[in-house]
Design a protein around this ligand. Structure first.
Ligand code: SF4
Length: 246
């Protein structure tokens, strides 16, 4: 526990308070778990401090094997349950038949179409019937997330959205993972700071933006998959990758 600074402990306490308040305030609140570094922290916080909050993840059908291995490992280690949602088979078959298996490289429209079928529609299904949802997004992650609040109204999904790690730094995320020995995606050890689908994620080099490995062939301000459409903001200089790992 020696890696937990007083500043980080204050943020941990605040995140726990937000989660516990949400568990009491909302009848049905759920955590959209991407299994990234931030989300394994939230998985640990929810499993140990706010277990009434349900958890789910989206298996797009194009996830790296390392992510699926982590999904199994973290559920076993933390004795928690993460429900898995898949795309509708007919939607994927129609998209691939019409556009091709890797059409997302061809245009922003085709990439967003793939994300819609494989992520946005399953997310809608996963959130159906809930009053609020929780994400692990942080302000410093990208140019599209500068204005993220701890609690906001998600107009698209007509429910509240909580971001308990909004003010955490990358260094603090990894300090928590180290201190509590939380399982994490092994791709982080191979310079993947942000991990999504295998064909749309690549490793980055020192000094690059932390999300520069996601949809790297597109303009930076367009790099969102549609799961967090309300978190766009004007382009600003971003923190660089520091390659902090356990
Ligand atoms: S990240 Fe890539 S493979 Fe995954 S849903 Fe989006 S476009 Fe498709």
């Amino acid at each position: 526990m020696s890696d937990i600074s007083p500043e980080l402990q204050a943020k941990i306490d605040h995140s726990i308070a937000l989660l516990q308040e949400a568990a009491g305030k909302y009848e049905r609140v759920t955590f959209a778990n991407s299994l990234g570094a931030e989300d394994v922290v939230l998985t640990h916080l929810i499993a140990t401090k706010a277990p009434a909050i349900s958890m789910f993840c989206l298996d797009t059908g194009r996830l790296p094997e390392e992510t699926l291995t982590l999904l199994a490992d973290i559920q076993q280690k933390l004795s928690c349950s993460i429900q898995v949602y898949y795309p509708e088979a007919a939607d994927v078959e129609a998209y691939v038949s019409e556009n091709g298996i890797n059409a997302f490289y061809e245009s922003v429209e085709l990439r967003k179409g793939c994300c819609f079928v494989r992520k946005v529609k399953p997310l809608k299904r996963a959130l159906s019937g809930h009053d609020a949802w929780i994400t692990g997004i942080r302000r410093e992650q990208s140019v599209t997330r500068d204005n993220v609040a701890f609690t906001e109204r998600d107009l698209g999904n007509d429910m509240d959205k909580l971001n308990p790690l909004a003010d955490w730094t990358e260094k603090e995320v990894w300090a928590y993972i180290r201190a509590f020995d939380v399982p994490y995606n092994q791709l982080h050890d191979r310079h993947y700071p942000s991990i999504g689908c295998a064909p749309c994620t690549r490793s980055v080099t020192m000094g690059e933006d932390v999300r520069s490995g996601r949809w790297w062939w597109e303009n930076e301000e367009l790099r969102e998959c549609g799961l967090h459409p309300g978190s766009s903001s004007p382009l600003k200089p971003r923190p660089e990758v520091s390659m902090l790992k356990p």
